[in-house]
Design a protein around this ligand. Structure first.
Ligand SMILES: [Mn+2]
Length: 313
């Protein structure tokens, strides 16, 4: 059921043991939202635990005091909060891996969120972190500088530093308020955009050389082979933005080879509906930024993508 901020806050206020879960391959918005809400609930005297499966990406290491990979999930909880996803299939920990408990979803993706008992969602919101900000405000919990940093991280990463089409007046307003409360934009930018390794740049140069252009250069496709990264985690957000930033690009595609197939990042300048392409291939996301996972080779994925794109262009 779709609920508002008052009802979401009332549900949270009534719980004591709260387990917070995000989506697979959590991004800055997911991690920032997990961190901020867990810290706020803890400071309010609750037993709140935010769980992630994989180690934090290096660029978000400033959130490590509260977010470490969890091996033991508590056997029971009063409430499970799912952040930054509209679907259980996208959860970092699947429902079967979690204790039985009422679920509250807080999210900004398009979708009916019907899998969740209660959902506070708004697809017009630039970041899940803004919805978490509203909940913390409604609960009357103080926002310290760590919570402010985490929420600011969500806004700055999901708007691509206030440059994506989803950048609203509210995104600026909440970011301004978070800076007033102690968030440090320069520090966060240094972490988020300044954590590359020489190996990252070597992989980037190979990926950029793989550029293929279709439909009068409006569709830009980059690939990233496992052999170029040696299996290391690479921050592909940067890569796909290079393809998006071509003057002719309407839709940028990044196909990343994984152990089980491929992961695909789609980014548009706003005119082309990236989500519509993703949904046809089993993925999801937003109009300007979407993603897909497929059990396929890079070439198979490229062929499937180009077929769907050809019907939409
Ligand atoms: Mn998000």
């Amino acid at each position: 059921m779709k609920i508002g901020v008052e009802e979401a806050s009332r549900i949270l206020a009534g719980a004591n043991d709260v387990l917070l879960v995000g989506h697979t391959d959590p991004d800055g918005d997911c991690l920032g939202s997990l961190y901020a809400l867990a810290k706020a609930l803890k400071s309010d005297g609750k037993n709140a635990l935010a769980v992630i499966k994989k180690p934090l990406p290096a660029k978000h290491r400033y959130l490590a005091d509260l977010l470490t990979p969890e091996t033991k999930i508590p056997p029971k909880a009063d409430l499970i909060i799912v952040l930054d996803t509209a679907r259980t299939a996208r959860q970092d920990f699947a429902p079967a891996e979690l204790p039985e408990a009422p679920t509250l979803c807080i999210d900004h993706h398009l979708g009916d969120h019907e899998e969740y008992g209660n959902s506070f969602y708004d697809e017009k919101c630039a970041a899940c972190a803004i919805l978490v900000y509203r909940v913390i405000r409604e609960l009357g919990i103080e926002i310290d500088n760590k919570i402010a940093d985490a929420l600011y991280t969500g806004i700055v990463t999901d708007t691509n530093s206030f440059t994506n089409q989803n950048t609203t007046e509210e995104a600026f307003q909440v970011a301004t308020e978070l800076v007033r409360l102690g968030a440090d934009p320069g520090k966060i930018a240094a972490y988020v955009y300044g954590s590359l390794t020489p190996n990252d740049l070597a992989a980037l140069s190979k990926s950029l050389a793989s550029l293929e252009l279709y439909y009068n250069d409006t569709i830009a496709i980059l690939t990233l082979k496992k052999e170029w990264t040696g299996g290391r985690h690479i921050d592909t957000e940067l890569f796909v933005n290079y393809a998006r930033n071509l003057i002719t690009t309407e839709l940028a595609v990044m196909i990343i080879e994984t152990d089980t197939g491929v992961r695909i990042n789609l980014r548009s300048k706003g005119g082309f509906d990236a989500r519509a392409v993703a949904v046809e291939l089993g993925g999801g996301g937003h109009k300007a930024a979407a993603g897909i996972r497929m059990q396929a080779t890079i070439e198979e994925a490229k062929a499937a993508l180009l077929k769907v794109i050809s019907e939409k262009i």
